[in-house]
Write a protein that binds this ligand. Structure first.
Ligand code: ZN
Length: 500
């Protein structure tokens, strides 16, 4: 816990006697146990447990349990995804198990996944005739059904999505919400179109929706076209969204793939065109997983806990009564405020537990509650409430304007979070000219490197810089520069970073 927190803590109890003040400070100090954010990995693991997001103690490697509080964050985050997709996508659900014969049909695809698949090989004590794969992703579950669903051009475009768990036998070091063997919340969309161009347009739509999604989480991001050797297995191309984590490494938090007609050929998905001709469809798929929550927590959080944007906080406002003087009156006023805020559609908690105010402040800061209201006898006398934002901005607000004041502060807090995250993001991306500079920059963040686009130069870059190519930045233009490997002049660039 920071000094300012402790000072503030004691200030609110100015009337208390000295002994209890010391006790409160002691308590606050004991609770101050998150590691510094510079030790990102340690801080991250500790925060997930202390704030009760996910529990990493489940006895299967790479599988986590959502605490009810973490699950509440997840529900709010995924409500935004649903809101963004529902206007023109239909939500659906496909089975978890995929028969081996369907799973193995698409050669390029299976090559990308075969080392990661869990297989169900028996039912009770009887071996199964056909092995069943636990979906690592659902193309091979969904596309055989597309073959029977799609008949004519009138059935297109078809856009569906599901939010399901998927399984991948990760051999790399697993991390809660970041690298899992059970991905609990994979939102995968699958779309079918009459032409390649329509599918390309859909990829742009997907990236635009994802961009809006991350804006609502106040998270800045990079958009790039993955290099050909790192695209989704079976795709024509992959566009990806990455967030820069506090340690300068990037986390891929969304991808959109143009599948062309690769899967359409394999699964014989055709439609009758208006002239009666049978044609292969073009497809896309795009996904987001709980990594979006890992990014949300990591970018905004601080040493006192989660910092949740108003849009997704399970509790948006917490009311802490300062129980001095006429305690019943204080609680009655707090209840009145709670009622008023509830009817204004805010997610409110009134904390009437027996803990001291300092302990309550600590607890709700850890949970990332955007706005705390402190109500004591002095406030009531003056007709005000003490409002404290999660970013420590503090002010007295007249009780009669409380709802509008909270709405205003919530907006400003969202903007402040976005600005802070934006400044961090910008400080972590740097243009470089040479391999040496790229190497130095990728130790602390993302390097923007001149690249002629040749595959050989790309592989060379990855080997020599010892970092990954995220690929060509999208929607940006650059002047000509010399490729960091071959020196050829071009307007091409690539982001490079150490990736999670
Ligand atoms: Zn080159």
């Amino acid at each position: 816990m920071t000094d300012s927190k402790i000072m503030f803590d004691s200030k609110s109890k100015a009337k208390d006697n000295k002994q209890s003040k010391q006790q409160a400070n002691q308590q606050a100090k004991q609770q101050a146990k998150l590691p510094a954010k510079e030790n990102f990995s340690e801080w991250y693991h500790e925060l997930l447990m202390t704030a009760e997001v996910v529990d990493n103690r489940y006895p299967v490697k790479g599988m986590c349990v959502w605490f009810p509080f973490g699950y509440a964050i997840k529900k709010n985050v995924y409500a935004i995804i649903r809101q963004l997709l529902d206007p023109d996508h239909q939500e659906t659900q496909f089975p978890l198990l995929i028969p081996e014969n369907e799973f193995m049909k698409e050669a390029a695809h299976i090559k990308g996944f075969e080392e990661e698949v869990y297989w169900v090989t028996s039912g009770g004590t009887s071996p199964l005739d056909v092995k069943l794969a636990l979906r690592p992703t659902s193309e091979t579950a969904i596309y055989p059904m597309f073959k029977v669903w799609i008949r004519s051009h009138a059935d297109l475009p078809l856009r569906i999505y599901q939010i399901v768990n998927t399984f991948r036998y990760e051999t790399k070091h697993t991390r809660p919400l970041i690298r899992l063997r059970e991905i609990t919340s994979f939102k995968e969309a699958h779309t079918v179109h009459a032409t390649w161009e329509d599918a390309a347009e859909q990829v742009e739509v997907a990236i635009a929706r994802y961009s809006e999604f991350y804006r609502r989480l106040a998270l800045p991001f990079l958009v790039s076209r993955r290099p050909s050797w790192d695209k989704f297995p079976g795709a024509d191309y992959t566009t990806a969204i990455d967030v820069i984590m506090p340690d300068g490494r990037t986390l891929q938090v969304g991808t959109a793939h143009h599948l062309g007609s690769t899967f359409a050929k394999t699964y014989e998905i055709t439609y009758e065109a208006e002239n009666g001709e049978q044609k292969l469809v073009s497809q896309t798929c795009y996904g987001i997983s709980e990594r979006c929550i890992a990014a949300l927590i990591s970018v905004h959080g601080d040493e006192t806990g989660l910092v949740l944007p108003w849009t997704v906080a399970p509790t948006q406002v917490v009311i802490v009564p300062i129980l001095l003087g006429d305690k019943e009156k204080v609680v009655a006023v707090c209840r009145q405020i709670e009622k008023e805020l509830c009817s204004a559609q805010m997610r409110v908690q009134l904390d009437t537990s027996d803990e001291r105010p300092g302990a309550k402040f600590y607890k709700w800061e850890m949970k990332g509650v955007p706005i705390r209201l402190e109500v004591g006898p002095k406030d009531i006398e003056k007709g005000v409430v003490t409002l404290v934002r999660r970013d420590k901005v503090k002010k007295a607000v007249p009780m009669i304007e409380l709802v509008s004041a909270i709405n205003k502060e919530a907006d400003e807090l969202q903007t402040a979070l976005y600005t802070k995250a934006g400044n961090f993001h910008e400080s972590k991306v740097k243009e470089v000219a040479s391999i040496e500079q790229a190497k130095a920059q990728t130790l602390v963040g993302v390097a923007l490197v001149p690249w002629c686009g040749e595959i050989e130069c790309g592989h060379n870059l990855e080997d020599q810089v010892e970092a990954n190519m995220l690929g060509e930045p999208q929607y940006l233009n650059f002047p000509e520069a010399a490729c960091a490997v071959c020196g050829k002049k071009s307007t091409g660039r690539t982001y490079m970073a150490r990736q999670y």
